[in-house]
Design a binder for this molecule. Structure first.
Ligand code: PGA
Ligand code: ZN
Length: 423
């Protein structure tokens, strides 16, 4: 088998122009695999910590030279000589070297860049496609995932911290019916995306795009953005409620203050119960399929109430609530806080821990959504990862912009391969 011969790292830019870490893993066979890590804008407080230099003279303090140096001089040398296919062993070593709960010593960005590069190199060493290798790693960790194409949650309109417009809710999503193949979903997603662009231009709402490629308009209310989606879908050949459904990533942390929520749709701040009533009325009107982070990340009793009210009708998704953290997922399962998890490997910091969290969620009967971050690179690792762990859904942004379509295009290639395998 192949051993890790060398690990090295450098600072590159993500899709927002903010530095991030890229790491290469060379095997004793001479093969090299490279991975880079994403970063969030609306990060939850319970995520593993990414390390930033905080040097105001470089990149407004956002440089990652320290994280790069951690890889080059400490973490990398410590795993040289290990078997590259021993992902669990490599990750355990990285976790042990860091020794903190939240990866604060070396940074989740440096640790995940190695963990991901090693998993890519493991696929090369075993002459497997990456998604098949991930599937094997998942099986070894007790998950029994089918190899399946995830259904994309397309982000069409960006608000909150992601959009240059004035909306409070962060993502207005469309989800294609499960009866569609992946390539049909991509085509429908793009046709609807382009139609939304035309609708916004006709209304005179500015339609620059936000961090994840969704349009970032100025509108009167958040509900107006849902109206724009409804109107636009009507102009296509797809029917709302049959071919396509609506969803929201509210990212409520960004506008929650002292237990109250301030949104454009209401003239005064809403308390938690009023916010829940508002979601119920939105759901009655728009038949939502997905509702992510409807309340702030520590509003546990509110999440439980909402889940009781709506979990039989739609996906109640924990992102900032869960932070891909085993402790928080355990609590959310016990308290029945939600019925699905948004999985972001950089919220926890290694591939092994990410798969273990997916297993916990799976054992609880939850749905799995593998997700990008608002700051992405062209690395399409998470496309292979989503297929390999058998996720029902993926959330990779709008079907536009290079760093987003890198993932969708990779999924298209996997769809072709899987159809040939099954023929
Ligand atoms: P982030 O946003 O990457 O900025 O955290 C993505 C999300 O909230 O789902
Ligand atoms: Zn989110």
């Amino acid at each position: 088998m192949a051993k890790i011969a060398r690990i090295w790292s450098r600072e590159i830019l993500d899709s927002r122009g903010i530095p991030t870490v890229e790491t290469a893993c060379m095997l004793d066979s001479g093969h090299v695999a490279v991975a880079s890590v994403p970063a969030g804008t609306s990060t939850g407080t319970h995520e593993a910590q990414e390390l930033r230099d905080q040097d105001p003279k470089r990149y407004l303090g956002k440089g990652v030279l320290q994280a790069v140096s951690n890889v080059n001089s400490q973490l990398g040398p410590a795993i040289v000589g290990m078997e590259v296919t021993d992902q669990e062993g490599v990750d355990a070593r990285l976790i042990q070297l860091d020794g903190t709960d939240n990866k604060t010593k070396f940074g989740a960005n440096s640790i995940l860049s190695i963990s991901t590069a090693v998993s890519k190199a493991g696929a090369v060493a075993s002459s497997q496609a990456l998604y098949i290798w991930i599937n094997y790693l998942a099986q070894k960790l007790g998950l029994k995932p089918p190899l399946r194409m995830p259904i994309p949650l397309f982000n069409m309109i960006d608000g909150g911290l992601h959009g240059a417009g004035n909306l409070d809710f962060q993502e207005f999503l469309i989800i294609l019916a499960s009866s569609k193949t992946f390539s049909q979903s991509i085509q429908a997603g793009v046709e609807i995306y382009l139609t939304i662009g035309e609708s916004l231009a006709r209304r005179g709402a500015i339609h620059s795009v936000g961090n994840e490629g969704g349009y970032a308009p100025n509108l009167f209310t958040n509900a107006d953005a849902l109206e724009v989606l409804v109107e636009s879908i009507k102009q296509t050949s797809y029917s709302l409620g049959r071919d396509v459904f609506l969803g929201l990533d509210v990212a409520a942390n960004s506008f929650a203050k002292d237990g109250e929520y301030v949104i454009k749709d209401k003239s005064s701040p809403l308390d938690e119960n009023q916010m829940l009533e508002y979601y119920q009325s939105l759901n009655e009107q728009y038949r939502l399929a997905v509702l992510e982070d409807p309340l702030s990340e520590d509003a546990w009793s509110g999440w439980k109430k909402l889940n009781e009210l709506l979990s039989s009708q739609l996906l109640i998704v924990g992102d900032d609530l869960l932070a891909t953290s085993p402790k928080r997922v355990e609590k959310a399962i016990a308290e029945k806080s939600c019925n699905s998890i948004l999985v972001k490997p950089n919220q926890i910091g290694t591939i092994t821990e990410t798969i273990k969290v997916i297993k916990m969620a799976r054992d609880a009967g939850w749905k799995i959504i593998v997700s990008h971050r608002s700051g992405e690179t062209n690395d399409h690792f998470i496309a292979d990862f989503a297929v390999g762990v058998g996720a029902e859904y993926c959330k990779f942004g709008a079907p536009a912009r290079g760093e987003r379509v890198a993932k969708y295009n990779r999924l298209s290639a996997i769809e072709l391969e899987l159809s040939r395998l099954r023929r």
